[in-house]
Design a protein around this ligand. Structure first.
Ligand code: PRP
Length: 175
């Protein structure tokens, strides 16, 4: 995309306030318990980092990586595990940390996969959820922002690996 325009959708300040709000809610729900935050690479790294530091809970982190977009702008519908967890999650309170839920295919696959490993509980926190784009409907217990069906980048989200470093979320438009 040679001529691209970025229109800010969610500012840095709005992100900061929402992450604090979500952390407070999770803190309340899991009071006195230890949780394992599982970040789905790469898009959720900044969200994990900010959310993880905003939580006062006793928490650990681990990472896994899937891929379905292959650098393009629409999902291939095929979910591959490119990097699996290091930690055995049996008996743990697990929270999957996602940057965005779009078709729901990635999350549906992950929920199924991680459930077979017998965590004590399994919930999902997603910073962004697209409206009207689901082909499958996995539960998402904590959602930061419902957003329109636009291609968004920033705060971890990319287009062909670019723009992940932006401190805000923007709609990427071709000019
Ligand atoms: C993105 C995002 C989710 C998934 C959501 O990951 O981080 O994991 O797509 O889409 P879905 O609901 O349609 O399945 P991507 O595969 O682009 O990898 P990335 O995070 O490394 O950019």
């Amino acid at each position: 995309m040679s001529n691209a325009r970025l229109d800010v959708l969610i500012s840095e300040e709005e992100l900061r306030a929402k992450v604090a709000e979500m952390a407070a809610e999770i803190d309340r729900d899991y009071a006195g318990q230890q949780v394992l935050l599982i970040a789905v690479l790469k898009g959720s790294v900044h969200f994990l980092s900010d959310l993880g530091r905003a939580l006062t809970l006793d928490s650990e982190i681990d990472f896994l990586q899937t891929s379905s977009y292959h650098g393009g702008k629409s999902s291939s519908g095929v979910v591959q595990i490119r990097k699996d967890l290091d930690i055995n999650i049996e008996g743990l309170h697990v929270i999957i940390v996602e940057d965005i839920v779009d078709t729901g295919v990635t999350l549906s696959h992950l929920r199924e996969l991680l459930s077979t490993r017998k965590p004590k509980s399994l919930k999902v926190v997603a910073l962004l959820s697209k409206t009207g784009t689901r082909t499958v409907y996995p539960p998402v217990e904590y959602i930061g922002f419902e957003i329109p069906n636009e291609f968004v980048v920033g705060y971890g989200l990319d287009y062909a690996e670019r723009y992940r470093n932006l401190p805000y979320i923007a709609i990427l438009r071709e000019e």
